[in-house]
Design a binder for this molecule. Structure first.
Ligand code: SAM
Length: 211
C-alpha cells in the first residue's frame, strides 16, 4: 500500500516501528489475497493506524480492489481523529468524509483499491453490528482482551464469522488453542512473531482453514 513511513514513525514507539519493519520482512512472500476484503476492529478507541499497518504488510495489493474497515467502540472519540490521521499516514488527497459526533464514513483510493472506513458507536459485547452477520475476512484487535476475555459468546461469534481463509490478528493470542483448532485456525506465518506492535506482547496471526 506504501504508507507514509515518516508519518507512521510519529505514531509509534521506536520498538514498535522496528517490529513493523521486521514483520514486513517476515511476510514479504506470504500474503493474504482476496479482491474484496472486510476487516472488523472492535475496541478501536482512537487507533486508526494499526490495522492499516497490518494490511500494508499482509495483503497482496495487486489483487485487492476494495476494503471495508468496520471500526467499533463504545466511545465516540475516534471520529474526531480518523479523517486527519488517515490523510496523514496514507498521504492520499481527496478523501471523502462524513463525520459526525458518533459516526464516521471515510473513503479513499490507494493503488486502485477503494478503502472505506466505517466507524460504529457500539457496545460489541452486548450487540454486534448487523453488518458483520454475513461474515468478515479479517478480525483485528489490540489492547481489547481485558474487556472481552470472559465473553464466551463474543469469542465464539468471532471464531464463527471469520470467513474461510480469513485472518485473525490479536496482540494476545485471542483465545484457547483448543478453541482455535476447533474452528480451523492455524498459524499464518511463523509461530513466534515480533511482538511490540500491541499491548500484551503476544502477537498472533492465524488463518482459518475451514468453514
Ligand atoms: C485499551 S483501549 C484500546 C484502544 C485501541 N485498540 C488501541 O490499541 O489503542 C480499549 C478500547 O475498548 C473499548 N471498549 C471497551 N469495551 C467495549 C465494548 N463492550 N464494545 C466496544 N468497545 C469497547 C474502549 O472504549 C477502549 O477504547
Amino acid at each position: 500500500m506504501a504508507l507514509n513511513l515518516e508519518e507512521i514513525k510519529k505514531y509509534l514507539y521506536p520498538e514498535e516501528f522496528n517490529s513493523y519493519l521486521s514483520l514486513m520482512k517476515i511476510f514479504e512472500n506470504n500474503k493474504y489475497s482476496k479482491s474484496n476484503i472486510t476487516l472488523f476492529y472492535p475496541g478501536c478507541g482512537a487507533d486508526v493506524v494499526n490495522p492499516l499497518l497490518f494490511l500494508d504488510i499482509l495483503l497482496d495489493w495487486k489483487n485487492t480492489r476494495a476494503i471495508t474497515l468496520i471500526y467499533a467502540d463504545t466511545s465516540s472519540i475516534a471520529p474526531m481523529f480518523i479523517g486527519e490521521t488517515v490523510d496523514k499516514i496514507t498521504g492520499v488527497k481527496n478523501v471523502v468524509k462524513f463525520i459526525s459526533e458518533d459516526e464516521a464514513h471515510i473513503s479513499f483510493t490507494i493503488n486502485n483499491c477503494r478503502i472505506t472506513l466505517v466507524y460504529i458507536l457500539a457496545d460489541v459485547l452486548q450487540k454486534l453490528p448487523q453488518i458483520l452477520d454475513k461474515g468478515f475476512d479479517i478480525y483485528f484487535e489490540r489492547a481489547f482482551e481485558i474487556f472481552r476475555a470472559d465473553e464466551a459468546m463474543f469469542i465464539r461469534y468471532v471464531l464463527e464469522h471469520v470467513n474461510k481463509n480469513g485472518l485473525l490478528i490479536s496482540d494476545c493470542g485471542f483465545c484457547r488453542q483448543d478453541m482455535l483448532k476447533k474452528y480451523g485456525f492455524v498459524d499464518f506465518g511463523p509461530k513466534k512473531l515480533p511482538s511490540e506492535l500491541g499491548l500484551y506482547n503476544t502477537l498472533k496471526i492465524y488463518k482459518k482453514e475451514k468453514d
